[in-house]
Design a binder for this molecule. Structure first.
Ligand SMILES: O=P(O)(O)OC[C@H]1O[C@H](OP(=O)(O)OP(=O)(O)O)[C@H](O)[C@@H]1O
Ligand SMILES: Nc1ncnc2[nH]cnc12
Length: 257
């Protein structure tokens, strides 16, 4: 609750077309994690909390926010003081140096343990996309498969998995994208979508934006209109949002890379 009141009390003024919310300092973030751990929401994070305390001067401020790149009249907006957002941010565990040194890993598995925060996450997306004539929710492997299906069911859209190479049994089309070292691909079944459909692309997180860009290209190649991309977390500083160009991106939580 404390984090939520910090959230509402420190709201910056934002341009009318955009929504941007509050800043959680590293100390607040660590306090939030401690509170969640004490409440049993993060059963195995004591070691990491200790490490976070030791390293807090090295951790950049984390912002919990709702950011939009589309005008309010096109999509339902979320009240920036919505207390659900702060609780979702609190439920995401941050693990330093995973999977390799220097990476601050945003672990959404702890969000899945918190039934209220997980439900709120899905509800926030559903509130935004319900009634917007979206026929396809395209989820990106693997963590987009967690958030995509409940959103698709709730808004009456089909769910289409965008998979890593050689996983889908039928005929596929694929798109390559660049990684820090080398390249990867995502694939989609031919016939899963039709030209003229309206799609929402869902993933847990945007970092460099390479994965989402490949998903957009894949869908647009077959004539699908990608209405928006949505992620739970945006890592700022990696310019993923810029890489998407004009394609709208909606995120709930903004975190340091
Ligand atoms: O914006 P980008 O730089 O493209 O990175 C974001 C992607 O990275 C993570 O997936 P990852 O490739 O680690 O696969 P996983 O979900 O199967 O672990 C994440 O879930 C996104 O899909
Ligand atoms: N920092 C991070 N945490 C979780 N998933 C990621 N994918 C790319 N960067 C990531």
């Amino acid at each position: 609750m404390e984090a939520a009141s910090n959230l509402s009390s420190s709201l910056p003024l934002s341009p009318s077309r955009y929504r941007t919310t509050a800043v959680l300092t590293p100390h607040q973030r660590i306090a939030s994690l401690s509170t969640a751990a004490a409440a049993g929401a993060l059963p195995s994070c004591r070691t990491h909390l200790a490490r976070l305390h030791q390293r807090r001067s090295a951790i950049l401020p984390l912002r919990c926010n709702v950011r939009e790149t589309v005008p309010d009249q096109e999509m339902a907006s979320i009240d920036v003081e919505d207390p659900r957002i702060a609780k979702i941010a609190k439920a995401i565990r941050v693990i330093p140096d995973f999977p390799k040194p220097g990476i601050l890993f945003q672990d959404i598995t702890t969000l899945l343990l918190d039934t209220k925060a997980f439900r709120d996450t899905i509800d926030l997306f559903v509130e935004r996309y319900r009634g917007k004539d979206i026929t396809v929710v395209a989820g990106i492997e693997a963590r987009g498969f967690i958030f995509g299906p409940p959103i698709a069911l709730a808004i009456g859209a089909k769910f289409v998995p965008m998979r890593k190479p050689k996983k889908l049994p039928g005929e596929v089309i694929s798109e390559e994208y660049s990684l820090e070292y080398g390249t990867d691909k995502i694939e989609m079944h031919v016939g899963a979508v039709e030209a003229g459909e309206r799609a929402l692309v869902i993933d847990d997180l945007i970092a460099t934006g390479g994965t989402l860009c490949a998903a957009i290209r894949l869908l647009e190649r077959v004539g699908v209109d990608v209405v928006e991309c949505a992620c739970v977390i945006e890592l700022h500083g990696l310019k993923g949002r810029e890489r998407l160009g004009d394609k709208p991106l909606f995120v709930l939580v903004n975190a340091a890379a």
